[in-house]
Design a binder for this molecule. Structure first.
Ligand code: AKB
Length: 347
């Protein structure tokens, strides 16, 4: 790479709305949809990119341009998108499979996660777009990492640690590409995400997603649609960090908005903390609302291994100091909100 030169400014005609847009890749996913909702509500113009043939109804009217049927694995597709939309100031690349999907099909996951990011960065480089945000994961921490109060800084200071899964290794690969892009004058930023509770009807196959399954099972139980015990795939005393999606989008937008000078963490990586709980605590809270809810252990080897490898808690200090972000939804509220929304979905 040569160092990125700024693009020549375009003079707008008097009264013409600013065409500057945010480009969201992976727009139709659970996080993509909520992020687009939050961006649209503050008046951002959005270009939504997804491999799906259509955008979900909930975001269709919020975006100015839909680039559907577009695969990040194809460089020329990405290049054409940036040529068509010349006023992109920020890119979100959310296109990546979750942990269990990656374990099942690591080669395809690598093509999407690493090659996809490489294609996006090349296309951005050609189009002189500097700012990109990437969603890393608690899956990046391996057996040698601390369990409590984990920070993104630990990952930048231990770039060679083995995360213990292809999922974590691929995230590490992306962080390396972002570092290169940074050295070339780009402005990459990344967020370490905990498990996201988002009350969507569909989601990918990950580890922390067990909590979503449990909450949906509880909502089913409440509405009389299902009485089968929930099959818990991980040991019930394993504590994992989780976050409610509204807190997450607030944290992500704070990372997008922060001036570069405010970002003190190396390589501009920040964990976005929420709350932490074990499956046992989750089931106890669910039973408070749904006394008939039952569970039984049915350990999934992949999920259980990942869950035991990942941090118990994320540190709130750095995002508060540099981004002004602190989680606002506590454990009980989070469970209640998600379960109520899951129940609404069932009707
Ligand atoms: C997964 O479990 O795969 C994701 C994650 C925390 O990265 N939800």
């Amino acid at each position: 790479y040569e160092v990125l030169a700024p693009r020549a400014p375009r003079i707008l005609r008097w009264g013409e709305p600013s065409p500057m847009s945010v480009l969201v890749i992976g727009a139709a996913g659970a996080v993509g949809k909520r992020l687009i909702g939050a961006l649209a509500s503050r008046g951002e113009r959005i270009v939504a990119v997804d491999k799906a043939p259509q955008l979900p109804e909930s975001i269709k009217h919020l975006v100015q341009h839909a680039e559907t049927n577009k695969d990040v694995r194809d460089f020329y597709t990405m290049q054409r998108i940036f040529q068509r939309h010349r006023f992109v100031h920020t890119v979100w690349n959310l296109a990546a499979p979750l942990s269990v999907e990656t374990a099942k099909n690591p080669k395809i996951a690598e093509q999407v996660t690493i090659n996809g990011m490489r294609n996006v960065l090349w296309a951005m480089y050609e189009a002189r777009v500097k700012k990109i945000l990437f969603t890393d994961s608690i899956g990046s921490f391996g057996a040698t990492a601390p369990r409590e109060e984990c920070t993104a800084r630990w990952l930048t200071e231990h770039p060679l640690q083995d995360p213990g899964s292809d999922y974590g290794r691929q995230k590490r690969g992306v962080r390396r590409l972002l570092k290169e892009f940074w050295c070339s004058g780009g402005d990459p930023r990344w967020a370490v995400l905990p498990g996201v509770l988002h009350s969507e009807s569909t989601w990918g196959h990950g580890t922390t997603e067990y909590a979503l399954e449990a909450l949906l099972a509880a909502a089913n139980c409440l509405s009389g649609k299902g009485s089968e015990p929930f099959r818990c795939p991980i040991e019930t005393d394993v504590r994992l960090p989780m976050i409610y999606v509204d807190d997450l989008t607030r944290g992500l937008l704070a990372l997008q908005d922060a001036p570069e000078s405010a970002l003190k963490e190396p390589e501009h990586g920040y964990a976005i903390p929420g709350v932490s709980f074990t499956a046992e605590e989750l089931f106890k809270e669910i039973r408070f609302h749904v006394p008939d809810f039952q569970h039984q252990l049915e350990i999934d080897q992949n999920m259980n291994t990942f869950a035991k490898l990942w941090p118990n808690t994320l540190s709130p200090a750095e995002p508060l100091r540099d981004l002004g972000y602190a989680p606002s939804v506590g454990f009980r509220e989070l469970i209640f909100k998600d379960m109520a929304a899951s129940e609404e979905l069932l009707f």
